[in-house]
Design a protein around this ligand. Structure first.
Ligand SMILES: Cc1ncc(COP(=O)(O)O)c(C=O)c1O
Length: 495
């Protein structure tokens, strides 16, 4: 198809809106994507204002000379992303609250050079793997919170259990027993402020100054900082294509003679490399933990997101080892990080120590939120959301992989082993450091976290590319920028 052009007399605030759009049927980008991108651009430029009604799909299809399915698919995607709102029997309008792009950083630090005062509205942040909060079931959650507040007010809204709302603990125990093969009771569950709260709580309750925790390297640096908060030491154990090098862990256990207290692992998708720990390594790790009396702190931060077949069960699903397992999970990746709701599943004696520290730090959590989330899990809402999100994120992962494979400058500079799940790719760099790439990207309004964030010192020629929070259009746009950053003369173009 050649280009087609259309004028539409329905516009923002009643003014005529001229939609000058030429859809190119011969282009590599599907027409649906061209259309949704063009609508987003109209909104971003302010030509289509929040609240403006769009023409019906038949009208738009006729004027653009495309099949109505193309319009319906483009509009549907934009509704899912939060750019448009479908109003029953009244058509589609531009959302009143437009989505924003996440600005996040694995280290909890600002991404390279992105001081808030200098940050421009159009800066896009490549996260280390956050979910898309635009698709979270927030209306259902808000309604459940209202009901929870009313119900709890009847019972006094007073001080509660330091381990967290007993109803949610019970529901979570059922949830992980059913979906993840654990066999715990509600007395073995403690609620926390996300996984980070869980890691700090474990550190403060279970570690003595001078004791040592073995951690994966490269790894999740905020966990290392949590262990050091309790004046424990951290020993780095390398990671390869099968996950933690358990032979190296055993060597540390022998050398440290009883000072090694725990090993912190992310076996489902190793952070940051995304590799799954092999069955052999899992078995070896279990043997080491039994022999040397180590706790396994298993951070299962994104269990729901497996795209290829069924995931391996958590290490903590091993019954004969369960007293040594401290299983950490959270709703940050499942729903949204801002909920700050995580949990630890551990032996009752560990739970007692965790609860007494939690009582001092926090007294209790947000019982209204906890009760509301219990309702959403019991009603299957969280599980339905997980299914929808899994499907969407798989499409986004595939789109990103396709973009990376089809652009020669990206193929030449970036290598990746496609992960079977999770919310990020681990991209290894050739010919440029991750710091240099981050600098070039920042000059083009894109922030990314260089590999140095995941190592004890020095740098690493790799970075995490979180794909879940970005639509396919946004992922293509990010790839455009990366391509520009990787051109031979790109280093010279600095602002
Ligand atoms: C490996 C890992 N653990 C823990 C967390 C912290 O998650 P939360 O938001 O639940 O504190 C993250 C967040 O990115 C993570 O990647």
């Amino acid at each position: 198809m050649g280009g087609s052009r259309t004028n539409i007399s329905t516009g923002p605030a009643g003014r005529p809106w001229r939609f000058d759009l030429a859809l190119d049927g011969g282009a590599s980008v599907p027409r649906q994507t061209q259309l949704s991108r063009a609508i987003v651009q109209e909104i971003q430029r302010g030509r289509l204002l929040p609240g403006a009604t769009l023409p019906g799909s038949r009208t738009l299809a006729a004027q653009l000379k495309v099949n109505r399915k193309v319009v319906v698919a483009a509009v549907g995607e934009l509704v899912a992303q939060g750019w448009l709102e479908a109003l029953p029997a009244r058509g589609t309008r531009v959302a009143l609250n437009l989505p924003t792009l996440a600005v996040a950083d694995a280290e909890g630090r600002r991404s390279v050079g992105a001081a808030p005062a200098q940050r421009r509205a159009a800066v896009i942040a490549v996260s280390d793997g956050v979910p898309d909060a635009r698709i979270a079931p927030v209306d259902q959650l808000a309604r459940a919170q209202r009901r929870a507040l009313r119900a709890l007010t009847r019972t006094g809204l007073g001080y509660g259990d330091a381990a967290g709302d007993p109803v949610l603990r019970d529901v979570l125990a059922g949830f992980v027993n059913h979906a993840r093969g654990l066999s715990c009771s509600s007395e073995e569950v403690v609620l926390t402020r996300g996984s980070q709260g869980a890691l700090s709580l474990f550190a403060l309750a279970m570690l003595e100054p001078g004791e040592v925790v073995a951690v994966e390297h490269p790894g999740y640096a905020p966990a290392w900082r949590a262990f050091r908060l309790a004046r424990a030491e951290v020993v780095h154990v390398p990671v390869d294509a099968e996950g933690l090098r358990t032979d190296e862990l055993e060597a540390h256990a022998k050398r440290l003679k009883g000072r090694l207290k725990a090993v912190y692992v992310t076996p489902h998708h190793q952070y940051p490399t995304t590799v799954a720990m092999s069955a052999e390594r899992r078995m070896h790790l279990r043997r080491i933990c039994e022999t040397y009396h180590l706790y396994i702190v298993e951070d299962d931060y994104d269990y729901e997101y497996h795209f290829e077949g069924a995931p391996l069960l958590p290490l903590s699903a091993t019954k004969d080892l369960s007293s040594r397992c401290v299983y950490i999970a959270s709703l940050s990746k499942l729903i949204a990080p801002a909920l700050r709701l995580g949990y630890i599943i551990a032996d009752k004696s560990v739970v007692a120590r965790l609860s007494s520290v939690r009582e001092l730090l926090d007294r209790q959590g947000d019982v209204v939120l906890e009760r509301a989330v219990a309702e959403l899990i019991e009603d299957g809402e969280v599980q339905r959301h997980a299914r929808r999100a899994r499907q969407l994120y798989r499409e986004r992962r595939d789109h990103l992989l396709e973009q990376l494979a089809s652009r020669p400058p990206l193929c030449a500079a970036l290598a990746c082993d496609p992960p079977g799940g999770g919310l990020a790719l681990w991209l290894r760099l050739r010919g440029v450091t991750s710091e240099e790439l981050a600098r070039r990207a920042h000059a083009r309004d894109l922030t990314l976290t260089p590999g140095s964030a995941h190592v004890a010192d020095g740098s690493l020629p790799a970075f995490r590319f979180g794909f879940a929070a970005h639509t396919t259009e946004e992922l293509s746009a990010i790839c455009d920028t990366l391509e520009a950053c990787l051109k031979p003369d790109a280093g010279a173009k600095r602002r």
